[in-house]
Design a protein around this ligand. Sequence first.
Ligand SMILES: [Zn+2]
Length: 296
Amino acid sequence: MPPLLALMRELFTLAPLPAHAGFWAVVLFMFGACIGSFLNVCIYRLPRGLSLSNPRRSFCFTCKTPIAWYDNLPLVSYLWLGGRCRHCETPYSMRYFWVELATGLLFAAGLFLFGADLVPLCVYLALASSLTVVFLIDVDRQIIPDSISLGGLAAGLLFSCVAWLVPLSPRLPVQHPGEALLGAAVGYGVLWIVRWAGTLLFRKEAMGLGDLKLLAMLGSWIGWESALYTVVLSAFLGSVVGIAGKLVALARKQGYGALTEVPYGPYLSLAGLFAFIYSDALHRFFTMVILREGVA
Ligand SMILES: [Zn+2]
């Protein structure tokens, strides 16, 4: 088999599953849906500078009635109440439901990606949750909260110290504080160069500083090589979506200018999570491509 094909096959091979995998997948899905409910709160409150813990209970934006626990069950309540407030019947955005569902699915997917390898699984769950919040806040408001990027960077540096002192799992891409620091520096540095060149070329700010901080955070968890792969992957993803968007805009005769102001954070988030899951395979793929190793 050609090495590239063998690699692709390995890339999408799932982790060996623990006993009662179906049961655990359902547990993870339900846990994820609950976390998704909390992520919805973060997505709304973080960019508005509101406290995550106060008020503890969510309330209806229209009639200000606090939402009872039985009306706040992830997924179920939305369907049960038809996506409306029980009191004033204001319709809520369908997105609350989709975020809970997506988080549930992401969590359940973790079991198939990492099996019973608990430490990388937990890191994956934390990254997937944070990046979901970054993704949607950036789509909404074109900002990435420092609390997630810089907070996640601090957590990444701290975690690398733990991984260095206590061997946790060979599947973690970063095993040493030096690797975490280098990952953060390369992540920040490479986007700094891209931003500098872009600003020079287009004579306007090509990228927000939030994107630089986000890739610094990701770099502390995935290492410097994967931080570079994340840039390549996100640029590729962004181009595909951008070109598709332009074609759709052209087809609808909205003109060429529509859909150009797209934030970069969502692509970085997707690519970064992918790079964490498949760091080994990506590394071998890129060494094959760059060094032409084993291609002949
Ligand atoms: Zn209401």
